[in-house]
Design a protein around this ligand. Sequence first.
Ligand code: UT7
Length: 335
Amino acid sequence: MNGLTLLATGSAAGSRVVTNDDFAKTLDTSDEWIYSRTGIHERHFCKEGESCVSLAREAAKKALLRAKIAPEDIDCCIAATVSGDATSPGVACSLQKDLGLREDIPVLDVNAACSGFLYGMEVARGFLESGKQRRTLSGKTDGYALVIGCEQLSRLLDLKDRATCVLFGDGAGAAVFKSKENARYASLLGARGGEEIVVPGPGDGERKIMMDGKAVFRFAVEALPKTLKALLAQSGLTLDEVDWVVCHQANSRIIDHCVRSMKADPSKFYKNMDHFGNTSAASIPMALDEMAGKGLLKAGQTILLDGFGAGLTWGGALLQTDAQMNRFCLSEVSK
Ligand code: UT7
């Protein structure tokens, strides 16, 4: 079976920074309450003219540039989102046109809430696997997937509900994956059902995101370590052999629980929710891109990804950064 390796990343965030102190001007809340409960100090919201699609486009362009892959070389494009500009055309279809991707490749959106990027990766792997024969016939050896997690959650927030509106932000993260035979790769996905988080869809009028925070917290602290342990067992690896663990960036305390439960080194667990908040499906690829920009991701590393979200979906992946990952220079990373 072919697995995926990570070739390059890109990201974008809404350009309006909203701090906890900004919320405290209109709500009965404080930076102390929000930061101590969540690890979040600020988040980015879209400005007029920005949207889920525009953030996704910016992130995807950066990832393609850094991968040194032409848009025509991409063999499938998956966008994970619960807040696309429209139900149809989906974000991935908009990108197909905007980025100049080929017309004979599968492009679609997946909705698995905050686990969406992990679901998107596995959908992409399946497409790359099923397209293998056709690629071989046309003389192509490698298959490439563009997977994006992107959200404009600010438009779905009830800005009077202090229990939810302070948690989320707008952003997009993109990754170019390469299909590789016998790659070190494992994926686990699942869902428990339930309405602990409800994200309204088209036809829901003025409804906004609703959440039973405590129930989601209980689910998350159980699901995250369980998934990591299962991925390690499936891959025959120990946590010591993994370079980085990148969890969904919902809440710093949830990641701390996971670290304790794994008896792990906390410095292996990357966190950046302090300046982006919870960006749902975008949080894992945005974190990966920030790590790449800081030079933390290097060719040939092993990384574990782990997420949970509405639905109650969960998922994880173990994969390696591609041997070609660092062929783009750091000056390009900051563009
Ligand atoms: O991608 C998945 C997304 N969801 C999550 O990850 C959510 C996971 N859950 C959590 O992160 C936490 O449950 C929260 C951060 C959402 C809430 O923390 P908590 O410690 O579970 O607080 P709580 O909901 O039990 O609320 C405690 C108190 C309540 O007041 P009373 O009833 O004790 O008087 C809330 O009304 O805190 C109040 N409260 C706030 N106070 C100040 C709720 N939100 C705020 C706020 N500022 N922003």
